[in-house]
Design a protein around this ligand. Structure first.
Ligand code: FES
Length: 153
């Protein structure tokens, strides 16, 4: 099969694109829709840099086919802020220095938002477990944990 028309609902807006049925949600977001906040670290479901929310649940966009995300509500890191107001998790990452190079940060923040929203942030251990799919090669883990815990309070 060749390219096909897809409609994805991203950050509250319906977007159409033309892509091969095998294209991943991550590539559709980055290559077709110019939403480059979601990062491609490994492209194999191992690093979490590509984390987005689909119908409120966290997924690795590199392991999700764009066609499968049609009809669902996709939220990327670009969709977290409200106008000029950063999401509280974004504010907390800044306050606690939850990053160094920043490459993993969009995925970390989206994962952290889901962590709190789904009630997995009631202890440090729970947070660490939930966030364990998001790798940070700079080792900012203690600061990331501090940010998540503050928002969860
Ligand atoms: Fe998707 Fe690494 S790019 S988990």
């Amino acid at each position: 099969a060749g390219p096909t028309d897809l409609t994805l609902r991203v950050n509250g807006t319906a977007r159409t694109l033309r892509a091969e049925p095998r294209v991943t949600l991550l590539d559709a977001l980055r290559e077709n829709l110019d939403l480059t906040g979601s990062k491609k670290g490994c492209d194999h479901g191992q690093c979490g840099a590509c984390t987005v929310l689909v119908d409120g649940r966290r997924v690795n966009a590199c392991l999700t086919l764009a066609v499968m995300a049609q009809g669902k509500e996709i939220t990327t890191v670009e969709g977290l802020a409200q106008g000029d107001h950063l999401h509280p998790m974004q504010e907390a990452f800044i306050k606690h220095d939850g990053f160094q190079c920043g490459y993993c940060t969009p995925g970390q923040i989206v994962s952290a938002v889901a962590c709190v929203k789904e009630g997995h942030a009631t202890s440090d251990d729970q947070c660490r477990e939930w966030m364990s799919g998001n790798l940070c090669r700079c080792g900012a883990y203690p600061n990331i944990l501090a940010a998540v815990r503050e928002v969860a309070q």
